[in-house]
Design a protein around this ligand. Structure first.
Ligand code: UD1
Ligand code: MG
Length: 455
């Protein structure tokens, strides 16, 4: 049996989230909870994915326009057993079926595989865990031989059963044939008047089949989310796991509790990341990089030996080796900084290619620009790239010097080794090795009297 059908239950309302958004679309580490489960499921070879949606089904559908899963609607939420019944027609014969939950986001591919390995024509698999506080969960009832006999929901349990620390995580796996045979036998004569999927266990036992229990590697894998408080708590658990992975790979964190990764972060070794940094999308960092406090780095590549000082924001950009940025630099999409470049405080760049060794140290806007090597851009320089309709390019050749408070009106070119006098407005080409002075000549008026106050 190599076919796997993965059913993800996600029809519940999520009342305690108090939200217009279906619960499973709330994000953990920047990604909807349901996407976490779908991603884990995608690691299983040859698996079909079926999502059961109910409340906000159209929003779920809209979130995954090119979805690689089948969406089945459960219009009335009559219980987990009823939810699985809704997908029976979508299951393949001779497949192993595993039931996951859209609001239990951190299940791992390894645990899903262990569950599937435990299934065969005679055995069903159940993911269980012992908890210090089992309240709220279904309890696992074992017979005197230690075999699983049944699951009793909290609301249906006798006081002595409430003492049992082993609980049902909800995750179950069995063949399509056994699931199809047993599901119709489930009734709703219980405290909640719901069709409980968990009743399958007792049905399996009475039909002479046995249940294999599998355990997750950690409790966070089976943590379910019902409220924003629980979501925030699990976020911290997950972020701590990501921080631990990063440290294990050779990057130091000033405080792993103040580190956030929402996406993929690849890092070399001997990096240091100070407090409150946020990494989003796909980010790669070389080695020997220092990142100061409160930086946000989105979909960017950072070279070796780079120093990013406090409060710097970098988005969709490439930073060359040994560049120094910030504090308070804003590197917008399409920026490519060469090696040994410097971009200092209150500098904004956008679609700017900056050659090796060039410096933009203070208070500038450099957009739609190409700078050669060893260019020095003085404080307060602005590339006027936008005429109100179109964007235009500024080109500055190698070894040029742009004096402070210059205005470069694009399209404009400054040749190699050009020199722009401070305070210039440059609207036409500066040829190679020329000095351009584009400012009103200073006049000194001798004996000038200051105005006097009227009456
Ligand atoms: C369920 C288990 C319980 C287990 C617990 C683990 C049953 C009867 N009980 O209880 O043994 O300890 O999970 O968290 O299965 N859902 C639907 N359609 C429905 C009902 C539920 O899609 O008609 C989905 C919900 O969106 C949710 C999941 O199934 O993602 C679990 O449902 P919920 O009502 O939260 O079950 P619990 O009472 O927590
Ligand atoms: Mg419930």
């Amino acid at each position: 049996m190599t076919k796997t059908d993965i059913v993800i239950l996600a029809a519940g309302k999520g009342t305690r989230m108090r939200s217009q958004l279906p619960k499973v679309l709330h994000t953990l580490a920047g990604k909807p909870m349901l996407t976490h489960v779908l991603d884990a499921a995608s690691e299983i070879a040859d698996a079909h994915k079926i999502v059961v949606a109910g409340h906000g089904a159209e929003k779920v559908r809209a979130t995954y326009p090119d979805s690689a899963f089948t969406l089945v609607e459960q219009s009335e939420q009559l219980g987990t057993g009823h939810a699985v019944k809704c997908v029976l027609d979508n299951l393949r014969a001779q497949a192993k079926v595993i039931i996951l939950y859209g609001d239990v986001p951190l299940i791992t591919p390894a645990t899903i595989s262990k569950m599937l390995d435990a299934v065969d024509d005679e055995h069903i698999a159940l993911l269980t865990i012992e908890l210090a506080d089992p309240s709220g969960y279904g309890r696992i009832i074992r017979d005197s031989a230690g075999q699983i006999e049944a699951i009793v929901e909290q609301k249906d349990a006798k006081p002595v059963q409430l003492q049992i620390p082993e609980v049902n995580t909800g995750v179950m796996a069995l063949t399509t044939e056994l699931l199809s045979a047993w599901l119709p036998q489930i009734g709703n004569q219980n405290a909640q008047g719901e069709y409980y999927l968990t009743d399958l266990i007792a049905i399996a036992r009475s039909a002479g089949y046995s249940v294999r229990s599998v355990h997750p590697a950690s409790a966070s894998e089976v943590e379910g989310i019902n409220s924003r408080q629980q979501l925030a708590a699990l976020e911290r658990v997950y972020q701590r796991q990501l921080a631990d992975q990063l440290m294990a790979s050779g990057t130091s964190l000033a405080d792993p509790a103040r580190f956030d990764q929402r996406g993929i972060l690849n890092a070399g070794s001997d990096n240091f990341i100070d407090v409150n940094c946020l990494f989003e999308g796909t980010v790669s960092i070389g080695s020997n990089v220092r990142i100061g406090p409160n930086c946000q780095i989105i979909n960017s590549q950072i070279g070796d030996g780079v120093e990013i000082k406090a409060n710097t924001v970098i988005e969709q950009s490439t930073i060359g080796d040994h560049a120094v940025l910030g504090p308070f630099a804003r590197i917008r999409p399409g920026t490519q900084l060469g090696s040994n470049t410097k971009v200092g405080n209150f500098v904004e760049t956008k679609k700017a290619i900056v050659g090796n060794g060039s410096k933009i140290n203070h208070l500038s806007y450099v957009g739609d620009a190409e700078l050669g090597e060893n260019v020095n851009v003085g404080a307060g320089t602005i590339t006027c790239n936008y005429d109100g309709v179109n964007k235009h390019k500024t080109e500055i050749g190698d070894n040029s010097f742009v004096g402070s408070n210059s205005t470069l009106i694009a399209p404009v070119t400054i040749g190699e080794n050009g020199f722009v006098a401070a305070g210039s407005t440059i609207s036409s080409e500066v040829p190679e090795s020329h000095l351009a002075v584009g400012r009103a000549k200073q006049r000194n008026i001798p004996g000038w009297k200051r105005p006097t106050k009227n009456n």
